[in-house]
Design a protein around this ligand. Structure first.
Ligand code: GH3
Ligand code: MG
Length: 331
């Protein structure tokens, strides 16, 4: 069960790192002392250009910048920071001796979130940074929620495998990548044998247990950093194996077949023996040609799966799709 993150978690999170840009050495030292005393990790620089350079190399959630500095000033720095693609939001606090309304408006419009009029009053600085941390915590929880939603939207809720939406989004990319780098690609259509009988004899919930455990067994037997499995339909799954040629694809299918068949599955209604049939479709060793589309690859795997079923189930069949375009080009 996923838990919502609480905004109040800022009390337990360590204080975020601060980048301080201040050209006056005495103020820089004083500010660094204030910030460190409040528990922050501080990197201090003396101008806007240096600050911007540091910002591109590391993510600082909080920027405290003086307005007037030689070269790039604080306002230009805020503007530039807003145009960077960073890992998260930067809360920008502008220090200024200019406290006229026009100046404050100009600073906020340039991208500063808040301002502090010099000379800096230490408790006010700490209070304003705490307000900034509340904004950062909100942004953090929003990002985390977006990430969770993305995961949910591409995952099959029952088995934890990727869902069909992800498959149809990601497989064309895999095909394209293998084409560009001339790597082979194999896909394996897997279908649990006589699954309807398991449902009929043990009930739908026990059938669900089998589906879950099937995916678990498959995931434990493939390369976790490159291979992946998606639920294609009810009890049909597609295994995607980048950089895998035909022979290895068949080998993986046989390995998974052995792992599924080796031990019965423990369902809530007792143990049940499960077998699976496989259809492997692979590109040539130098990757897919221009004519090969995802639909063709899946269809080829499906036809091989059908052959496995016809031949008596609990087996693997496969095909290496000929490079038709290469043949034409060579002719
Ligand atoms: P074959 O060996 O030819 O593949 O036979 P089969 O019984 O596995 O194939 P069939 O297509 O006849 O039956 C598939 C069954 O899978 C029917 C359907 O009710 C069941 N099924 C589909 N999705 C789910 C699910 O999420 N949970 C459960 N428990 N069963 C499902
Ligand atoms: Mg089946």
């Amino acid at each position: 069960m996923l838990e919502m993150e609480s905004v109040t978690s800022i009390t337990v999170e360590p204080p975020p790192a601060i980048l301080l840009a201040e050209d006056d050495p005495a103020t820089r030292m004083l500010m660094t002392r204030f910030l460190k005393k409040a528990g922050y990790e501080v990197d201090a620089v003396s101008d806007g250009t240096e600050a911007l350079d540091k910002m591109t190399k590391r993510y600082y959630p909080i920027l405290v910048t003086d307005w007037e500095m030689p070269g790039m000033d604080g306002v230009a720095l805020c503007k530039a920071v807003r145009n960077l693609q960073l890992d998260g939001y930067v809360y920008a606090l502008l220090l200024t001796a200019r406290d006229s309304k026009e100046n404050i408006i100009a600073g906020l419009e340039a991208g500063a979130d808040d301002y502090l009029v010099k000379p800096v009053h230490e408790p006010e600085l700490v209070a304003r940074l705490n307000a900034g941390r509340r904004i950062l915590a909100l942004e953090h929880s929003l990002r985390a929620a977006n990430h969770r939603n993305r995961i949910l939207s591409i995952t099959d809720a029952l088995t934890g495998a990727y869902n069909r939406r992800y498959l149809m989004e990601q497989l064309p990319r895999e095909v394209e990548r293998c084409r560009r780098y001339a790597y082979p690609l194999s896909v394996i259509m897997c279908d649990i044998d006589l699954f309807k009988r398991i449902n009929d004899e043990l009930g739908h919930a026990a059938g669900d247990d089998v589906l879950q455990q099937f995916v678990g067994r498959v995931q434990r037997s493939i390369r976790s950093n490159s291979d992946w499995i998606a639920r294609y339909g009810g009890e049909e799954f597609l295994l995607v194996l980048p950089e895998t040629e035909y022979k290895s694809g068949l080998f993986v299918a046989e390995k998974v077949r052995a792992i599924v068949g080796a031990e019965p599955f423990a369902t809530r209604m007792g143990e049940v023996a499960v077998t699976t049939s496989f259809g492997v479709a692979s590109t040539g060793p130098n990757g897919p040609d221009l004519a090969l589309k995802v639909d063709g690859l899946i269809k080829a795997a499906d036809q091989c799966l059908y052959q496995s079923k016809l031949a008596g189930r609990n087996r693997s069949s496969g095909v290496q799709i000929p490079n038709s375009m290469a043949l034409i080009a060579n002719a």
